[in-house]
Design a protein. Structure first.
Lengths: 516, 354
């Protein structure tokens, strides 16, 4: 038995430490530690409620749009205001751009170096002038002797399975993706002013009143992004999926999934009719149950918070709290230690996985428009037609990202068509004037690209009296519960083979599938 | 040249930097030569502490040059947690090797947790320990974003973790590039300035490069003419909003915010905050989260038109505001008139450490 620590876990948003116990080349146990605490719940208290959606975006600079939309929805409930259809559409379009930005950035920028051997690509035969240019550029970079951000990568690791030609092609797509992610952010800025941290969605609607030029700009930029998703990212996933098909055998995790749903259905505003609908799956069963933000429960036995910050309270409880109480940082995590800044967040006393896999399983099983065809086609391409259960694995998390991205392209196009129809029909309502109430409460429950997030607010005397947030990391990087059951990422790591504990590439792979 | 970009692209990059630095086109060959003559790509260490990673996200949206060109052809980004291939022992070796070799630029994103040091740990060390070790041997230190410069979002009252900006923790000079997030053009131009002149640009009293932060949003705002004409948005979604009228009454903090935003804009110059119809929240000023709280409340103490000879009377602004601002008006109006719209142009080629 040997403990292996990866600290920092890189290529993610935030700060993460992973500790695993390896026996005979296989992970037997795992602990996930988030090593950052900032205290949003504390400093949002007593604020002007109108400012909160700006503050809340700073929870995550990779998915600020989702946090902003989620916060605003919760505030709209407490303010008693419903945004007009056009505002919902514009918010959807911004959210869609952020999803494509995030998925492209994750798949290539954060995840690809676990599978693509950039150094090996230099021995490829470049079959086109474009590939030759990329190869020459990489060769010059390596020949400079300064490997920079590529230094000490896992090049030549026995777990790298792509051919030199495949490595070169995916390296070329990595560089292309750096451009595409910036373009998706640019499209978001058409309606949001800037990204990260957009500016146009206060409670009541949107501040932006799109011009024809805005719409053309968004469509033109997103056309290029969508083409990349469909013509490059989806095929790359199938290529990598075929080469790394053994990833279906590891990383299953806790088998419980849920999503609050994302991308509003404008006609109904029913969370079960969102493009990625709300729902929960328990025990790996292929059936979907309803789920409510009131079902969430928080525990802190293994987290650095006061006992009152847990006790199974729902974050919407008026007495819910998040007060830090650091004890010690264990050299090696023991069974009763506190070891992380993440609370244990559960539904029905179950550890719950969130994110793209959860959303796509719920969408597929709920027969959401478009989802059936996209998933069935991918399963067939992976040689697993009619076997969606293989998606409950590390490969499933990897493969569902581009599938979700292509589903979102469809939703984005439909929303844009509706927006244009509305404008053509003279529907010019963008914002409903509203006031901060003396008292009120509300909850926004929405999904960021990396998973479900809910923002619970209470207002007294016109100020925030309590604000609690459960971002995606609270679920996927949940600590052990009071009975010792591991969090989703911890559980997914168990059973992972590790060829070389000095270079634990396989651990990076499993952790990265959670898009942390 | 060892740069693996075409000569034309390279000059384009230098042209963008020249514009940001306020240099004429005649400077472009000199910038190009200074960058080309470097024996090797200058090593850069990017530390992330209490942050949302949004400043690196913003950096990755740079366009002239784009982020691939920056990390492959211009600098050697030896440590950056969001994109570097290695993790754990592998990434920490990169950091240790770079620090031992010296001669690198340190870029810091995120605040330093000084009250609860364990609220920000990497590799078993606190943010203060890492910052001290890395900056001790650094050629220059650049703090990017409002968290690294002044503490940022987590330093809001009551600042539960004791978050501080880099300059409040270390004793060596720090270049501050605030913003939430920091603007990629300003980050890239500041790095280029340092590579070009091998010294820190002239800084203002808050540690910000004067070439970027000497003017206020209000000075260069696209909607300034509407302010001067007394044409204001008073409700989002209104006809006035559709006409892109001034957002001053909607709480815009542009009159009090030093920033090049109206010139740099965001995301490949696609748009900016005021362009999407919301006022500036002042994210480039220290402590803006507390100082400007009430983002939708109208700023007091702004010199209002009517007193400087424009067409609408001050009555248009509303009597409450006029009462609140009367005391400030005289001084501001005189000061504005004396200086004109643009402040004196610093001779940035003579950059100093003041």
């Amino acid at each position: 038995m040997a403990r292996v620590v990866v600290d920092p876990m890189t290529r993610l948003e935030g700060h993460l430490r992973i500790e695993v116990e390896v026996d005979n080349g296989v992970v037997k146990d795992a602990w996930a530690t988030t090593t950052l605490f900032r205290g949003f719940e504390i400093f949002i208290k007593d604020r002007d409620p109108r400012d909160v959606w700006h503050i809340a975006q700073r929870i995550c600079g990779v998915c600020p749009t989702s946090h902003g939309n989620c916060a605003t929805q919760g505030l709209e409930e407490s303010f008693g205001v419903t945004p007009p259809d056009n505002a919902v559409l514009v918010r959807n379009l911004m959210e869609a751009a952020q999803y494509l930005h995030s998925h492209v950035l994750w798949f290539y920028g954060l995840n690809a170096f676990d599978y693509v051997d950039v150094v090996n690509a230099l021995s490829a035969k470049a079959t086109t002038p474009a590939l030759k240019a990329v190869k020459d550029r990489l060769q010059a970079f390596v020949d400079s002797g300064q490997l920079g951000f590529l230094a000490n990568g896992y090049w030549g690791h026995p777990g790298m399975l792509l051919t030199p030609e495949q490595n070169l092609e995916l390296s070329a797509h990595y560089l292309q993706a750096l451009d595409i992610q910036a373009k998706a952010a640019r499209a978001l800025a058409v309606f949001g002013g800037k990204f990260p941290h957009h500016m146009s969605t206060p409670p009541g609607g949107v501040t932006v009143i799109p011009t024809l030029q805005d719409i053309v700009n968004y469509e033109t930029i997103m056309k290029e992004v969508s083409d990349f998703v469909i013509n490059v990212m989806v095929p790359d996933t199938l290529l990598a999926g075929a080469a790394y098909i053994d990833l279906t055998k590891i990383g299953a995790g806790v088998g419980n999934f849920f999503t609050w749903g994302v991308l509003e259905d404008v006609a109904s505003c029913d969370p079960y009719k969102r493009a990625l609908p709300r729902g929960a799956i328990f025990g790996g069963k292929l059936s979907v149950e309803k789920v409510s933000p009131a079902d969430a429960m928080e525990f802190v036995k293994h987290s650095w918070y006061t006992p009152e910050s847990g006790e199974g309270k729902n974050p919407g409880d008026v007495n819910a709290t998040t007060e830090p109480e650091f004890t010690s940082f264990p050299e090696q995590v023991g069974p009763d230690d506190k070891y992380t800044w993440t609370k244990t967040t559960q539904i029905k006393n179950k550890q719950m996985e969130v994110g793209t896999l959860a959303r796509m399983l719920v969408a597929y099983l709920s027969k959401a428009p478009g989802a059936t065809k996209i998933v069935d086609n991918a399963l067939a391409a992976l040689g697993a037609a009619g076997k969606p259960e293989i998606l409950i694995s590390a490969l499933g998390r990897l493969a569902t990202k581009p599938l979700e991205a292509s589903l979102i392209v469809q939703k984005m196009e439909a929303d844009m068509a509706m927006l244009k129809d509305n404008i053509a029909a003279g529907k010019g309502e963008w914002f409903i004037p509203n006031d901060v109430p003396e008292s009120g409460q509300g909850v926004g429950a929405w999904d960021a690209p990396r998973g479900s997030l809910a923002h619970y607010n209470h207002i007294e005397d016109g100020k925030i009296s309590n604000y609690q947030a459960t971002p995606a990391s609270n679920w996927n990087f949940s600590a052990r519960d009071d009975n010792g059951a591991r969090g989703p990422c911890e559980e997914a790591l168990v059973g992972t083979p590790v060829a070389d504990p000095e270079k634990p590439l396989e651990i990076l792979r499993v952790v990265h599938t959670f898009d942390p | 040249m060892h740069y693996n970009v075409s000569r034309r692209d390279f000059l384009k990059l230098c042209g963008g930097t020249a514009a940001m630095l306020g240099l004429s086109q005649a400077w472009i060959p000199q910038i190009a030569r200074a960058l080309e003559q470097a024996a090797k790509r200058p090593p850069v260490v990017w530390l992330s502490f209490q942050s949302c990673s949004g400043c690196f996200e913003s950096f990755a949206k740079a366009d002239y040059p784009d982020v691939a060109t920056i990390v492959l052809d211009i600098i050697s980004l030896n440590y950056q947690e969001v994109i570097m291939a290695g993790a754990g022992a592998q990434s920490e070796k990169n950091l240790a090797d770079t620090v031992a070799a010296g001669g690198y630029i340190t870029i810091v994103e995120g605040a330093i947790a000084t009250g609860i040091p364990e609220a920000m740990m990497v590799g078993g060390k606190t943010s203060e320990e890492i910052l001290g070790e890395v900056t001790a041997n650094s050629a220059a230190t650049i703090a990017v974003g409002t968290c690294a410069t002044y503490g940022g979002v987590q330093a809001m009252n009551p600042n539960p973790t004791g978050a501080k900006g880099v300059g409040d923790v270390i004793n060596t000079p720090v270049i501050n590039i605030p913003g939430c997030p920091s603007n990629p053009d300003t980050m890239v131009s500041t790095i280029t300035y340092y590579l070009l002149y091998k010294k820190v640009p002239k800084l203002d009293s808050k540690g910000r490069p004067k070439f970027a932060f000497s003017q206020k949003v209000h000075d260069n705002c696209q909607r300034r003419a509407h302010f001067d004409s007394g044409e204001y948005v008073e409700e989002f979604g209104s006809e006035e909003a559709a006409q892109n009228y001034c957002l001053y009454k909607m709480g815009c903090k542009g009159p009090e915010t030093h920033s090049p935003c109206p010139l740099t804009l965001w995301n490949s110059k696609q748009n900016w905050c005021i362009g999407c119809g919301n006022g500036c929240i002042g994210c480039m000023e220290p402590d803006f989260w507390d100082e400007f709280a009430g983002f939708y409340d109208t700023l007091p103490d702004v010199p209002v038109p009517g007193f400087i000879g424009v067409k609408r009377s001050s009555d248009y602004i509303g009597s409450t505001l006029v009462t609140a601002t009367m005391t400030g008006i005289g001084i501001h109006a005189i000061a504005t008139a004396a200086k004109g719209r643009f402040k004196e142009n610093d001779d940035i080629s003579e950059g100093s450490d003041d």
